[in-house]
Design a protein around this ligand. Structure first.
Ligand SMILES: [Fe+2]
Length: 454
């Protein structure tokens, strides 16, 4: 299922564009004759206008602009995505976007109907700071209303269909989705990555374009088509909207080909949460002032409460402990105590695999404070060993890297090749967790240093 809405626009009569040079003179920049440009347009509920610029980013000037175009149905229910609310595989949350304030419905299974809970956010919810931010001051686009409903009474590892909307706002198409396996069952096939973002499907440009995000999501959609995926984990740096809110719509549309059909679980990253004076452990301005508000509204996870974005969930034979590396993880902090208790209580006879995941890594060849915070490793890593964590997944660094079984920067064991040449970590003789960096969801890869530190 791919949705392409292409809109061609013929720009009108030739126009001249002039701009002041630094010295105050006027230079002819560009002369437009006639051309046809084609755009990939998605319903963002508000009117749109095409503006054609010359002069580059340094001296932009308007060459031509279209008339305003409005969407036939700005209330259309769109961009539905599903997530697990617990480890049973029998209850799934559906979240979608509409310009409609009135509650809508999800119709699923054999004649079940549920009303939606409706929420939204405004600029006033965002972080404030002394300097202007995109989120609060100049990146605003009306998010419409975010609808959510929990479908219950499902069977795990089973296929159901649903549609969402209302008679007055319209309905989505009928969509088939598959519930994940219940925690404690035999097998789980999941895909995990970080740092995806979105890219335009036309020649337009915007800030933060991860060029690989389109091929990654299309490849995952192919896997979902062939029923090879039970669940997806996107571990931080989700849309990269960072205060330019319309880009959340772009991202939600981009992932809908997979997120509407299998469980799409998330962790929070620096580009959702970090901001100065906001309670984030890192005071960079990476969220553009969003401070997690749009993220938590679009992706409600089974967390304890708002702005405590850590949780655990079991699917198949795996227990996932999902943390926020942007919130306090120091010993005796609330999050530290939570993760300590969560991992200690895992029943390994039910879920023999323990996966620990968050956004910022403990190890990376590309070292430095921006990639690896040694204090985080020092405080939290002992819990991984104590609880015999099998696999640690982090993003943030835009490449793929896999460690030995490692603890306190020392390799405790190495994988062995099986008959197919695949590295196998033998945890029947456990020594330490294996860490993987999986921040390869969309950006051009970060380079490895020529000489890897050991
Ligand atoms: Fe990041």
């Amino acid at each position: 299922m791919r949705f392409f809405h292409l809109l061609s626009y013929v720009f009108p009569l030739p126009r001249l564009c002039t701009a002041l040079t630094a010295g105050g003179g006027r230079n002819l920049i560009f002369s437009l004759l006639s051309s046809v440009l084609t755009f990939h347009v998605i319903n963002i509920r508000t009117d749109i206008e095409f503006v054609f610029f010359g002069g580059g980013f340094d001296t932009p000037c308007v060459l031509a602009r279209s008339h305003r175009i409005n969407f036939v149905n700005p209330k259309k229910p769109l961009y539905g995505h599903i997530s697990s609310i617990d480890s049973t595989g029998t209850s799934m949350r559906l979240t979608w976007v509409s310009g409609d304030l009135e509650p809508q419905q999800v119709q699923y299974g054999d004649g079940n109907t549920l009303p939606s809970q409706v929420t939204t956010f405004t600029q006033d919810h965002m972080c404030s700071s002394s300097s202007p931010s995109p989120a609060k001051d100049f990146g605003w686009h009306d998010p419409g209303y975010i609808h959510s409903a929990v479908m219950t009474g499902l069977e795990p590892s089973s296929t159901f269909s649903y549609k969402y909307g209302s008679d007055s706002a319209g309905w989505s198409e009928q969509i088939q989705f598959r519930t994940p396996p219940a925690g404690g069952s035999d097998e789980l096939r999941f895909i995990a990555y970080g740092d995806m973002g979105k890219a335009p499907r036309d020649a337009s440009t915007e800030h933060f374009i991860p060029p690989g995000s389109l091929s990654v999501i299309d490849a995952i959609a192919d896997e979902v088509d062939f029923n090879k995926v039970d669940s997806i984990f996107h571990i931080g740096d989700i849309s990269y909207a960072t205060g330019f809110y319309v880009e959340w719509d772009f991202f939600l549309q981009q992932i809908s080909s997979v997120a509407s059909r299998v469980s799409y679980m998330t962790a929070i990253g620096n580009h959702e949460r970090d901001y100065e004076d906001s309670g984030s452990i890192y005071t960079f301005t990476d969220s553009g002032g969003e401070c997690g508000i749009p993220y938590e509204t679009y992706f409600p996870m089974p967390t304890l409460e708002k702005d405590k974005p850590w949780y655990s969930i079991e699917q198949g034979s795996v227990h996932f402990t999902v943390i926020s590396t942007g919130h306090n993880w120091t010993q005796n902090s609330e999050q530290y105590e939570w993760m300590k208790n969560d991992m200690a209580l895992v029943d390994r006879s039910k879920t023999p695999w323990l996966v620990f995941t968050g956004h910022r890594p403990m190890y990376s060849s590309g070292e430095g404070y921006l990639n690896v915070d040694d204090q985080f490793t020092k405080e939290v890593e002992p819990l991984l060993l104590e609880n015999k964590v099998d696999l640690v997944l982090f993003g943030h660094v835009h490449n793929y890297e896999r460690s030995c079984s490692v603890f306190q920067k020392e390799c405790k064991a190495f994988p062995k090749k099986d008959e197919s040449g695949i590295d196998v970590y033998d945890h029947s003789n456990y020594s330490a967790p294996m860490h993987a960096i999986i921040g390869m969801g969309g950006f051009s890869f970060d380079k490895f240093p020529y000489q890897v530190s050991t």
